[in-house]
Structure formats: C-alpha cells, structure tokens
Design a protein around this ligand. Structure first.
Ligand SMILES: CC(=O)N[C@H](C=O)[C@@H](O)[C@H](O)[C@H](O)CO
Ligand SMILES: CC(=O)C(=O)O
Length: 262
C-alpha cells in the first residue's frame, strides 16, 4: 500500500504522490501481488485526480481514508464521498482505509457496509486500523459470503483480529517485522496458538517499548532505516526526525529480542 500513513501520503504534493505511485507500479511488476495506491485527500477533486491516475498507470487497487478537516458526520456522508472517488477508477478494486486515530472519523465500519456494494460496485474491503474488535467482528459476521477482505492494521493485536477472521494485515511494522509476522501467520494457520502468541507477544514487547518513548511515522522510518539499511530520509514537517537517543534505544531493544527457533 503506497502513499498511506507510513509513506506520508497526506504530506506530499499531488505530483509527488503520482510519481511515487508510478515508480511502485513499475518496480512492483512481476514482484508484488498487489500495489494498492492510497488516494485519499482533503479535497474531492484531488482524490479523484489521484484515483484516475492510479487506474491509468495499472495499480491493482485504490484505498481512501475519510476526509478529516471537514469531516463526514454520518455513514451516508462518508459513503457519498467514497463513491465519488471510487467511480473515477471503475475497473479496479476499492478499499476503505479506516484509521480513526488519525482521521478522527469514527463512523463504524459495520454500519458503512450496509448497502455499500450498491453505491460502490468496486468495493473490495477495508484496511481496518482501529482497536474496536467488536466492529471488526460484526463486519466479518456480516460478510458471510466472503465477498470482502478485512486487512487489519493495529499490528500489536493482529492475532486477536485473526482469531475473529481478519483476512490479512497492512501496517507500518511489517516494513521491518514482516518475516516475524509471517511466522505468526503460519503458526496461526497451523493451529499452533502457543507459538503464534509468542510472536505476538514479542512484536508487542518491542512496540510497547517504543510507544512509551513516543512512536509515530518519524520513528517508524528510523527503525525501517536501521533494520533494512535503506535510508528512508527524514519525515516532512510538521513531523520531525527521530532523535539519536530514540534510535539507539529502539535498536538495542530490537536486538535483545530472542525469537522462537521452532
Ligand atoms: C495509527 C497507525 O499509524 N496505525 C498503523 C497502521 O495503520 C499501525 O501499523 C501502527 O503503526 C502499528 O500498529 C504500531 O502501533
Ligand atoms: C500503517 C499503514 O498501513 C500505512 O502506512 O498506511
């Protein structure tokens, strides 16, 4: 998922977002199963322009957050906005990116799903970045025919979401804890709950530690940089780059974790 939270999509110009989308689609060809472009923006025309662009360059889907300055106050208002964006890319799957901690838009997804297919024929699922597991469970319960996918986005509690039927995950920590998380997914699929928990507890131990130090996109970028060796660069204002102290502590913590060997 490109130009979302970790990629600071909302801090980029339309032109920068297009450039990044193009590069990811190009580089992802024959390598990535999906390249979903986040095209949410505060203005409807901005979002529509990005949706048309994503479709034109061959993205495999688009995702949209709720606009968060002038906020939708009801399910119908949100749906109307999403519909106007989705209809600009009528041939590719549409995902709603639900992230109330950042948008402040708390409209429950379970409500949004009612009649969504009629309004948005390309609706494919939700990236669900909220701790309300009752809402998620109700979405999954309503999705009896399994038309839609629910990709969970609170990484520290992914296992709980899997238990109630989430289909996958999209999150910032998979940029550096992806392999460990895949081990958790595998253990869960093999019904080895004890092993799956162990992975969740350990990724949770790291996150719990960094959250106490102050953990946002800037810090995520710093961790991605020291784990991968690929310089992610500083974040853009108003975000400021992680301190050296944070980096040293986070690195020491991550290095100290002893992962299961199976
Ligand atoms: C609010 C937020 O940024 N959520 C991210 C995904 O959507 C997560 O991946 C978190 O960064 C992660 O769960 C760490 O708290
Ligand atoms: C956190 C996440 O999934 C994103 O960068 O959009």
């Amino acid at each position: 998922m490109v130009n979302g939270t970790t990629g600071e999509g909302l801090a980029l110009s339309i032109q920068e977002r297009k450039q990044l989308a193009e590069e990811w689609v190009r580089q992802g060809k024959d390598k990535l199963d999906h390249v979903i472009i986040h095209v949410g923006a505060l203005s409807l025309p901005g979002s529509q322009e990005l949706a048309r662009h994503a479709a034109a360059i061959g993205a495999s889907g688009i995702a949209v957050i709720a606009p968060f300055f002038f906020k939708p106050t009801s399910k119908d208002e949100l749906l109307a906005f999403l519909r106007e964006v989705a209809s600009e890319a009528p041939a590719i799957p549409f995902y709603y990116y639900h992230i109330p901690p950042l948008t402040g838009v708390k409209i429950r997804v379970e409500e949004l799903l009612d009649g969504i297919k009629e309004q948005i024929p390309t609706f494919q699922g939700v990236k669900f970045s909220d701790t309300d597991l009752l809402d998620l469970a109700q979405c999954i319960n309503k999705n009896g025919r399994e038309e839609f996918v629910f990709l969970y986005g609170v990484d520290e509690q992914l296992l709980s979401a899997l238990a109630i039927g989430a289909n996958g995950a999209v999150g910032s920590t998979y940029n550096y804890l992806g392999q460990k998380t895949n081990m958790m997914l595998q253990a869960f699929a093999q019904h080895d709950l004890a092993l799956a928990r162990k992975y969740q507890f350990l990724t949770g131990e790291f996150l719990n530690f960094v959250i106490k130090l102050g953990f946002g996109v800037a810090q995520t970028k710093a961790v991605m940089t020291f784990v991968s060796g690929i310089p992610m660069g500083p974040p853009r204002l108003p975000l400021v780059k992680a301190s050296e102290e944070f980096i040293a502590k986070a690195k020491a913590k991550l290095d100290s974790i002893v992962w299961p060997t199976n």
